[in-house]
Ligand binder design. Structure first.
Ligand code: APR
Ligand code: PHB
Length: 388
C-alpha cells in the first residue's frame, strides 16, 4: 500500500498527527503494536495545556472535553510548612483543563473511525527501510501476513520503547538522560478530590500529589523508593502515608476508599537529539521523557505533533523550510519543558543521598515562591504551557 505519511505508534501523538494531517488533506496510515483495548486501558496524566485544548477544538475533537473536563485556574503547592496558591488565571490569563489522556485518546479514535482513517492494530515487527533515501518504506506483519507501506515520510510516534528512534544511526544520535532515585506509586479511587485544585506536596517523608479526574474520581501519588513493589502497599497503607504527607487541614478532610488501580512508575528525564534523520521525524515519547511532576508528557507530545503537522502540510504544498527546521524548533520547546519538569521534581521530592543542604535549598525556594509574584508567574507560565 502507499500513503503520504506512515505513522508508527497509535498513542496520543500518532492519533493526533493522523487527524491534523487528514484535516489538511494529507493522507496517513497509523501502525500500532497493541490492541485498541490495551491502548485505552493505560492510565496517564490528565492536565491539558490551553494550547492542546485549542488544537483539539480546532481538529473537531474538543466537544466532550469541553463538556466533561474541568477548567482549573490554579494549583496548590505546599512544602516545608509553607502553602502557596498559584493563580494561573491572574498571573498568566490562562488555565489548564483536567481531562484524562485516556479520554483524549478515546475521542481521537472515535473521530478517526468516523472519517475512515486507516489504523492497523496489533501490527508486529514494524521495521523502517531506506529512511535516508527518497523512497522510504515500512514493513510489518498483521494477522499473519507481511505488509509493506511505501511513503514519503515516516513519523516515529511509537513512544520510548519504539523502533523509530533506534532506526536513527547511533553515530547521529545524542541521548541525554537523568534517572531519579525514586518512583511514583499512583492510585485511582472513586472518592472526591481533597481540594478544588491539584495539590503538590513536598514533605520530609517524600513527595505526594493529589490529582483528580472528576468530582468522584481521584488520582493520588506518593514518592516511593524504586525497590518498593505495588504488593507492598495496601490501600490502608497508601491513605495513611498520603495523610502524613499533606498539611493537617487537608489530611483531616481527605476521603479514602478502595483503589481501582495501583501502579508504580519510575521517573526519568530523557531527550534524544536530533528529532529527525533522513525521512524519519520523531514526536512525543519516542524522542523525550519528562518526569510527571509538571504534567508535561502529553502536552509536549502535542506541541511536537503541532510543529510536525504544520511542517508536513507545508512540505506537501511545496515549502520545505518548516520540515527542515522541525528538529530544532521542537527541541527548543522540549528542553524548556524538560527544565521545568526537572525543577519541579527537584523542588518537591526528597533526595535522601543529597543531605540537608538540598533540603534547605528547597525550603528557600518554596519560601521565595510564597513571597514573590515574579517567581509565581514564572511557575505559572511554565505550568499552563509555553507558547508554540
Ligand atoms: N510498532 C508500532 N507501535 C509501537 C511500537 C512499534 N514497534 N512500539 C511502541 N508502539 C506504540 C505503543 O504501543 C503506544 O501505543 O506506540 C504508542 C506510543 O504511545 P505513547 O507511549 O503513549 O507515546 P505518545 O503517543 O508519544 O504520547 C505521549 O503519552 O506515554 C504518554 O507520558 C506520555 O503523556 C505522554 C504521552
Ligand atoms: C494526574 O492527574 O495523573 C497527574 C496530574 C498532574 C501531574 C501528574 C499526574 O503533575
Amino acid at each position: 500500500m502507499r500513503h503520504q505519511v506512515c505513522i508508527i505508534g497509535g498513542g496520543p501523538s500518532g492519533l493526533l498527527l493522523s487527524l491534523l494531517l487528514r484535516r489538511a488533506g494529507v493522507d496517513a496510515v497509523v501502525l500500532e503494536r497493541r490492541s485498541r483495548d490495551y491502548v485505552l486501558s493505560r492510565i496517564r496524566a490528565g492536565v491539558l495545556e490551553q494550547g492542546l485544548c485549542d488544537i483539539l477544538r480546532q481538529a473537531g475533537v474538543g466537544t466532550r472535553m469541553d463538556r466533561e473536563g474541568f477548567v482549573h485556574d490554579g494549583t496548590i503547592i505546599t512544602a516545608h510548612g509553607t502553602t502557596v496558591h498559584i493563580d494561573f488565571k491572574k498571573l498568566t490569563g490562562k488555565s489548564v483543563m483536567i481531562y484524562g489522556q485516556t479520554e483524549v485518546t478515546h475521542d481521537l479514535y472515535d473521530e478517526l473511525d468516523r472519517i475512515g482513517a486507516p489504523i492497523f492494530h496489533e501490527a508486529e515487527d514494524v521495521a523502517i527501510h531506506d529512511a535516508d533515501t527518497d523512497a522510504p518504506y515500512v514493513t510489518f506483519s498483521h494477522q499473519g501476513q507481511t505488509r509493506r507501506v511505501d511513503c514519503d515520510y515516516i513519523a516515529g510516534c511509537d513512544g520510548f520503547h519504539g523502533v523509530s528512534r533506534r532506526s536513527i544511526p547511533e553515530s547521529v544520535r545524542r541521548e541525554f538522560e537523568h534517572v531519579y532515585p525514586f518512583g511514583w506509586l499512583g492510585i485511582l479511587a472513586h472518592t472526591p478530590p481533597v481540594a478544588d485544585e491539584l495539590v503538590y506536596s513536598g514533605h520530609e517523608r517524600g513527595f505526594a500529589l493529589c490529582s483528580m479526574r472528576n468530582a468522584n474520581l481521584s488520582r493520588h501519588y506518593l514518592q516511593v523508593p524504586l525497590t518498593d513493589k505495588v504488593e507492598d502497599w495496601s490501600d490502608e497503607a497508601f491513605w495513611a502515608e498520603l495523610k502524613r504527607r499533606l498539611p493537617p487541614h487537608l489530611a483531616e478532610i481527605l476521603v479514602t476508599g478502595p483503589s481501582i488501580e495501583k501502579s508504580i512508575a519510575p521517573l526519568r528525564s530523557f531527550i534524544s537529539e536530533p528529532m529527525s534523520w533522513g525521512r524519519i521525524y520523531l514526536a512525543g515519547d519516542a524522542a523525550h521523557i519528562v518526569p510527571p511532576t509538571g504534567a508535561k508528557g502529553l502536552n509536549l507530545a502535542a506541541s511536537d505533533v503541532w510543529y510536525l503537522s504544520r511542517a508536513l502540510i507545508a512540505q506537501f504544498a511545496g515549502d520545505g523550510q518548516l520540515l527542515q527546521d522541525y528538529s530544532a524548533t521542537a527541541l527548543a520547546r522540549v528542553w524548556k519543558a524538560s527544565r521545568f519538569s526537572w525543577s519541579m521534581t527537584r523542588m518537591l521530592h526528597e533526595f535522601p543521598a543529597e543531605g540537608e543542604f538540598l533540603a534547605r535549598m528547597q525550603a528557600a525556594e518554596v519560601d521565595y515562591l510564597a513571597h514573590s509574584e515574579a517567581a509565581q508567574t514564572a511557575l505559572a507560565e511554565n505550568y499552563v504551557g509555553l507558547p508554540y
